[in-house]
Design a protein around this ligand. Structure first.
Ligand code: ZN
Length: 178
C-alpha cells in the first residue's frame, strides 16, 4: 500500500486494521481525512493516518500577496498564495528594497505583488522581486486611488488625476487585473 494518503482514497477495510489518527470509516472502509502519511503496525494490526503539516515556503517558491505596510526600506506583504495555492495561514513576507531604483518601495499599501522566497531567517520570510515576471501585478493611484496605466517600465500614471508614480511592475502587469 502507498504510504501517502489523500482524502477520499480508500486505504483498507476495518476487518484488516484498527483505524487511528486522521481517519474516518465509511461502509467498512477506512479513509484519511487529510493528506497524510500512513503508518501500518502489523503487530497490533493498526493503521494510523498522520496528517501532514501545512507546507512551509522554501527558497524560490513563488508567493502572491497584498502589501500590508511600507516602512522604507522594508515592504511587508501578507501572503495570499504559495506556489499557486491559496494559503489559509496568515503569514507575512518581507521585501528589502535598499539599493533598488531610486530607493523607492516596489509598491504601496494595497498593491498585489508577486515575489519569490529568497531566504528564511528566524522564521522570517524574505522575498525578492529581481526577475521580470516578479513585481506588482495590481495597483492604483497613491494620490486619489484611481485607475493607473503603466508608462515605461517602472512607472504608472493615474487616468484620473495624472499623478505619476514609481512601481516595480511585473512583466505581465495590466491595469485592473486583480
Ligand atoms: Zn490619481
Amino acid at each position: 500500500m502507498n504510504n501517502r494518503a489523500v482524502p477520499g482514497e480508500g486505504l483498507a477495510v476495518i476487518e484488516e486494521y484498527d483505524a487511528r489518527g486522521d481517519v474516518y470509516v465509511l461502509d467498512g472502509e477506512i479513509y484519511s481525512t487529510k493528506v497524510a502519511n500512513i503508518r501500518i503496525n502489523r503487530k497490533d494490526r493498526s493503521l494510523t493516518s498522520i496528517g501532514l503539516k501545512k507546507p512551509f515556503p522554501k527558497p524560490d517558491d513563488e508567493i502572491v500577496g497584498t502589501i500590508d505596510q511600507v516602512q522604507k526600506p522594508f515592504v511587508y506583504i501578507r501572503i495570499n498564495q504559495l506556489d499557486g495555492r491559496n494559503v489559509g495561514v496568515k503569514q507575512t513576507a518581507v521585501l528589502y528594497m535598499k539599493g533598488s531604483v531610486r530607493d523607492a518601495p516596489a509598491g504601496r499599501e494595497g498593491d498585489i505583488i508577486r515575489a519569490k522566497v529568497k531566504l528564511i531567517r528566524n522564521a522570517m520570510l524574505f522575498v525578492r522581486i529581481d526577475e521580470p515576471e516578479l513585481g506588482v501585478i495590481f495597483t492604483s493611484c497613491s494620490k486619489c486611488g484611481g485607475e493607473v496605466v503603466p508608462t515605461g517600465r517602472s512607472f504608472v500614471k493615474c487616468t484620473r488625476c495624472g499623478h505619476r508614480d514609481y512601481r516595480k511592475l511585473a512583466m505581465d502587469y495590466k491595469s485592473g487585473a486583480k
